[in-house]
Design a protein around this ligand. Structure first.
Ligand SMILES: Nc1ncnc2c1ncn2[C@@H]1O[C@H](COP(=O)(O)OP(=O)(O)OP(=O)(O)O)[C@@H](O)[C@H]1O
Ligand SMILES: [Mg+2]
Length: 246
């Protein structure tokens, strides 16, 4: 997909570096620690699965490393470049060009159809119309939504909406994809199709995946496993059952 090379020559380059990330919220006069002093990095071609109990800080962590949200302290480096001093516009550009996001709440645009939602990031990138049409069509085919191209999100099931969100995240050919429970609303067959697509992008195109999930079908593909507990991150060993060859 996109401009990635057919073969993964760059696997192992450091793509994302999080240094001493702390995120606090003020709730009713008290300070809540959502993340505590997390230092971690992702290499290009990684397939990282993040586990952890509800409220442990997983979404907070994804939001910080995808530069959607800023840490209370600490620094996120993307391809070696610090991001804290960048403007909102510069961060938006980074996300638009390098990062694909699948949110826990999907964040689809309600007034746009399936195909328009998937096309949207390509419009932001000012890709020409024929390229947009071809990519959207191919992507909808991949996630099995060709027959639902004209529907709006409120006319789709939860699993179909989730697939629209996945298609939208992948359509630009991002270098890194962050996904929050991407298969939570999918039946096992559709979930597997989505996982196969992610695995193919990871193996053949070196796309880095960082996926929060409790789904064992997704966890099988982990090259790396991370656990977040009480705002702290702990590196684990992958099970290795179905670990893809590097
Ligand atoms: N905007 C906010 N204001 C106050 N507290 C917040 C806010 N966002 C998150 N938190 C708190 O930060 C902690 C981490 O939240 P986070 O959403 O990262 O958890 P999570 O691991 O993604 O949970 P889940 O598995 O339920 O999605 C929680 O205790 C949560 O209540
Ligand atoms: Mg969450």
């Amino acid at each position: 997909m996109g401009s990635q090379s057919q073969f993964c020559h760059v696997r192992g380059n450091r793509f994302l570096d999080a240094q001493h990330l702390t995120k606090t919220y003020r709730v009713g006069g008290e300070t809540v620690y959502a993340l505590r002093d997390v230092t971690w990095s992702a290499l290009q071609g990684d397939f990282v699965v993040i586990n952890g109990p509800s409220g442990s800080g997983k979404t907070t962590f994804l939001n910080l490393i995808s530069v959607i949200d800023r840490p209370s302290s600490g620094e996120v480096f993307i391809e070696g470049e610090p991001t804290s001093a960048k403007s909102e516009g510069q961060l938006a550009h980074l996300r638009k060009t390098k990062i694909g996001l699948v949110f826990q709440s999907f964040n689809l645009i309600p007034v746009l159809s399936t195909e328009e939602n998937v096309e949207y990031p390509l419009l932001l990138q000012k890709r020409p119309r024929p390229e947009r049409a071809a990519r959207v069509e191919a992507m909808l085919r991949e996630v099995g939504l060709t027959d639902f191209a004209r529907r709006r999100p409120n006319e789709l099931s939860g699993g179909q909406r989730q697939r629209v969100a996945i298609a939208r995240a992948l359509v630009t050919g991002p270098m890194i994809v962050l996904a929050d429970e991407p298969t939570a609303n999918l039946d096992s067959k559709t979930g597997e199709t989505v996982m196969d697509l992610m695995r193919r992008l990871n193996e053949e195109h070196c796309v880095t995946f960082i996926v929060v999930t409790h789904d064992p079908a997704v966890s099988r593909y982990a090259r790396r496993r991370v656990r977040i507990h009480d705002g702290q991150l702990e590196e684990g060993e992958p099970d290795g059952v179905a670990t893809p060859a590097s």
